[in-house]
Design a protein around this ligand. Structure first.
Ligand code: ADP
Ligand code: MG
Length: 359
C-alpha cells in the first residue's frame, strides 16, 4: 500500500545557514513527486529528513496521518536509494539486497525468496552471487533500487539515483524506474537537478530554491506556467523580454490593450519567450491576441535535430527561435541578415515578474 506524506513548516539549520526554510509539502499516496533545484537548494536535506537520517530543528512530518519526525529510520518503512548507491563493497549482490531484511529480523528462507523477487524486478536476478565491485554503474544502480524495495516499503526515496550514468543509459533508466514505480504502486519522492529527468518522470515537481519550495505543479504547468523568473529560467530554455520594451515598439498599435490586460497588476512584468514556442509571422494570422516583435536574424545554428535563429530585436536584445530540421522548414528558414517578424500566440504567452537571478 502506498502512503501519503504531509510535511509542515519544516526547518533545518546548520549553524547560521538555513538549509530548509519552513517547508510545507503534501505527497499523495502513490504519487511520483520530484524535488528539483540547483545544487545546495536543500533537496537532499529534505529527503534525509523524510528518511530519518537528518533531524529537523522544527516542523512535522506525518505519514498516513501519523507523526514520525522523532522515529529512527528503520521504523519508518521507507526505502532509500542514496546519491552514491552506498552499496556494501565486501558483500555480494544478494547480501546487499538482503541487508534491510536481516536488519528487520526476517528469516533466511523468506529472505532468499524476497531477494530473488526484488532482483527480478530490476532484471538483476542472474547477478545474485556477484560481487558488487564487478558491476557496472547501471547494474549497481539497479541493485541499490532492489535493496530499497526488498522490504516492500510504502514510500521510496531516491536521491539523484541516475546522476552517475551516461546520457543514454540514464534516459533508459528513467523510463524503467517510472514503470517500476507504477507497477509497485508506491509513493516515490525523487531528487534530481536534471530538469528533463524531472519533466519525464514526475506526476508533480516541487522546484526548490534556497531551502524553499518555489513552485509545485505538474510538469506541464511548471513548464508552461512558471510561477517566477527563477522557475522559467531553471526549466527549459527561455529569453526574457521586459513588457516595457514590448509595449514601446511600433508592433503593438492594435494589440496594446490586449497585452496590457494580460499584464494585469504584475510588478515589472517580463515576457518569457521559449525558443520552440515562437513562430515566424508570415502575415497570415491577423489576430490581435498575439505578441509580435520585429528584428533581424543575426545567426542561424544547425544542431542536427534543431535549427536555432538568433534574432536581434529593435531594442538590441537577442532572442532565440527554434525549429525542427524537416527539409521544408530548412528551405524556407530565414537567413542571417534578413529582417524577420516573430509571433507568439495568445495561448503561448507567458509572463513573470522581473527579479535578479544569481548566476
Ligand atoms: P542539494 O541536495 O539541493 O544540493 P543539500 O540539501 O545537500 O542541497 O544542502 C543544502 C545546503 O545545506 C547546502 O548549502 C549545504 O552546504 C548545507 N548542508 C547540508 N548538509 C550539511 C551539513 N551536514 N553541515 C553543514 N551544512 C550542510
Ligand atoms: Mg543533494
Amino acid at each position: 500500500m502506498p502512503s501519503s506524506i504531509e510535511i509542515s513548516d519544516l526547518t533545518k539549520r546548520y549553524g547560521q545557514f538555513v538549509s530548509l526554510d519552513n517547508v510545507s509539502l503534501s505527497v499523495s499516496a502513490g504519487e511520483f513527486l520530484t524535488l528539483l533545484g540547483p545544487s545546495g537548494s536543500g533537496k537532499t536535506t529534505l529527503l534525509m529528513s523524510i528518511a530519518g537520517f537528518t533531524r529537523p530543528d522544527a516542523g512535522s512530518i506525518r505519514i498516513d496521518n501519523k507523526e514520525i519526525v522523532a522515529l529512527p529510520p528503520h521504523k519508518r518503512n521507507i526505502g532509500m536509494v542514496f546519491q552514491n548507491y552506498a552499496l556494501f563493497p565486501h558483500m555480494t549482490v544478494a547480501e546487499n539486497v538482503g541487508y534491510p531484511l536481516k536488519l528487520r529480523g526476517v528469516g533466511k528462507a523468506e529472505r532468499d525468496q524476497r531477494i530473488t523477487a526484488a532482483l527480478a524486478a530490476v532484471q538483476m536476478d542472474r547477478f545474485a552471487s556477484r560481487n558488487v565491485a564487478q558491476l557496472s554503474g547501471g547494474q549497481r544502480q539497479r541493485v541499490a533500487v532492489a535493496r530499497a524495495i526488498v522490504f516492500e516499503p510504502n514510500i521510496i526515496l531516491m536521491d539523484e539515483p541516475l546522476s552517475a550514468l551516461d546520457k543514454k543509459l540514464r534516459e533508459e533508466m528513467q523510463v524503467e524506474l517510472k514503470h517500476l514505480q507504477v507497477r509497485l504502486g508506491r509513493t516515490v519522492v525523487y531528487v534530481t537537478h536534471d530538469q528533463k529527468e524531472a519533466l519525464t518522470m514526475s506526476d508533480r515537481i516541487a522546484v526548490m530554491r534556497a531551502g524553499k519550495i518555489e513552485q509545485i505543479a505538474t510538469p506541464k504547468d511548471i513548464y508552461e506556467a512558471p510561477a517566477s523568473k527563477f522557475v522559467a529560467d531553471f526549466i527549459g530554455d527561455s529569453d526574457f523580454v521586459p513588457a516595457s520594451v514590448v509595449l514601446s515598439t511600433g508592433d503593438h498599435a492594435l494589440a496594446r490593450n490586449f497585452l496590457q490586460a494580460k499584464l494585469g497588476s504584475l510588478r515589472d512584468p517580463i515576457f518569457v519567450l521559449r525558443p520552440e514556442k515562437i513562430e515566424i509571422d508570415t502575415g497570415a494570422d491577423v489576430s490581435h491576441g498575439a505578441l509580435r516583435l520585429s528584428g533581424t536574424v543575426q545567426e542561424v545554428l544547425y544542431q542536427g535535430n534543431a535549427l536555432v535563429a538568433y534574432i536581434a530585436l529593435e531594442s538590441g536584445q537577442v532572442i532565440r527561435l527554434q525549429r525542427g530540421t524537416r527539409t521544408s522548414i530548412m528551405e524556407s528558414f530565414p537567413q542571417a541578415g534578413s529582417p524577420v517578424r516573430i509571433l507568439v500566440h495568445e495561448k503561448d504567452i507567458c509572463i513573470v515578474e522581473q527579479e535578479e537571478l544569481a548566476r
